[in-house]
Design a protein around this ligand. Structure first.
Ligand code: TXA
Ligand code: MG
Length: 322
């Protein structure tokens, strides 16, 4: 294992390491991923080891284009073809019946594999240079906030990966939306994410949102307590927050407005103009920043429950769960 990893822009180095069966951190438009050759079980095992992730939690595979999906899955429902046409590449992941070539370790034994086509240019070029899909979870230690810059990855996994491919700050800032189909053909959202539920509904019509929690961990990565900062985070109506025990040790995450009573350096305003995309982009970055500020508590308010506000609120609720 390396002592410290190297952050760089060299796609060749990343491709070479991946071909050798190493794990490499890669940028995507959603969050940074920790990638390895999805067809190589021992390479995939390194991901679980580095992240300290339980092997019952399956991984998404990343492909350079949707045409390639037929090499790895048995069938694609027609409605998923339509979703792919409209939203891939992008922050959407589809659950599809896997072919045997995908190792069981990738899917945690499930007959379904999660497939995503990232739109980030650097990772598109990288995927074009290798002849295998990349299995990649978010590049954070299991349970912590997902990274949205190369430095975030280095801060936590820096001594565990050889190379972090730097592609700048993630554009979307939230993980992909995961969609599956039930036995009876219903379209289900297994994880709310960077593609809004409304835009998926425009294509598929009715959609079922599965409320997955730790008592019912069907998509195991969706354990209730996830994305958690180390400082306790409490959801509250900031308008009603009149007395805090120590204003210098209190952090705030608000959707639009600063609070006059708390030092501004401890306040993350997700989007002063109320723009959901800006707010999504700033959420994990802001949570991480406040987590490093030596605070006793973080108070956060929910965004309006629509558009990307739905995924933002999902992450805030999970971060708040103790
Ligand atoms: O945006 C994203 O999706 C990022 C970037 C790197 O692509 N990846 C990501 O991976 O968020 P990860 O591992 O942190 O979260 C993926 C989640 C898993 O925790 C699991 O809940 C679900 O996707 N998942 C993956 N494969 C699955 C499967 N075969 N069946 C059910 N759920 C699956
Ligand atoms: Mg994750």
């Amino acid at each position: 294992m390396p002592n410290t990893s190297f952050i760089g822009h060299n796609i060749d180095i990343a491709a070479t390491l991946l071909k050798k069966g190493e794990a490499v951190a890669i940028p995507t438009e959603t969050v940074y991923g920790l990638a390895a050759n999805a067809l190589n079980t021992s390479a995939v095992a390194k991901i679980f080891q580095i992240k300290q992730r339980p092997t019952f939690d399956p991984l998404i595979i990343h492909l350079s284009s949707f045409e390639k999906v037929y090499d790895y899955v048995l069938e694609v429902p027609e409605i998923f073809e339509e979703l792919a046409k409209k939203f891939m590449p992008g922050p959407l992941t589809l659950l599809l019946r896997k072919k045997d070539i995908i190792p069981d370790l990738v899917t945690a034994g499930s007959p379904y594999v999660a497939v995503r086509i990232p739109s980030h240019n650097v990772t598109k070029s990288l995927l074009d240079m290798v002849d295998f899909p990349l299995a990649a979870p978010s590049a954070n230690p299991f349970g912590y906030i997902s990274p949205t810059t190369a430095q975030h990855v280095a801060d936590q996994l820096g001594n565990k990966v050889y190379y972090i491919l730097d592609g700048g700050s993630c554009d979307v800032g939230l993980e992909s939306t995961i969609i599956g189909m039930s036995e009876n053909g219903d379209i289900e959202v297994l994880r709310k994410g960077g593609l809004s539920i409304e835009s998926i509904q425009e294509v598929v019509g009715n959609i079922i949102i599965r409320d997955i929690s730790s008592s019912n961990p069907e998509a195991p990565g969706m354990l209730t307590s996830h994305y958690s900062p180390k400082v306790p985070l409490i959801l509250t109506d900031l308008g009603q927050l009149n007395k805090v025990s120590d204003i210098n040790r209190t952090g705030i995450i608000s959707f639009r407005n600063f609070l006059p009573t708390i030092p501004t350096k401890h306040q993350i305003v997700l989007s002063p103009s109320g723009n959901f995309m800006d707010a999504a982009r700033n959420l994990f970055k802001g949570m991480r920043y406040l987590d490093g500020c030596d605070l006793d508590i973080i108070y956060a308010e929910l965004a309006p429950e629509e558009d990307l506000g739905i995924a933002i609120n999902d992450r805030l609720r999970r971060a708040a769960h103790r």
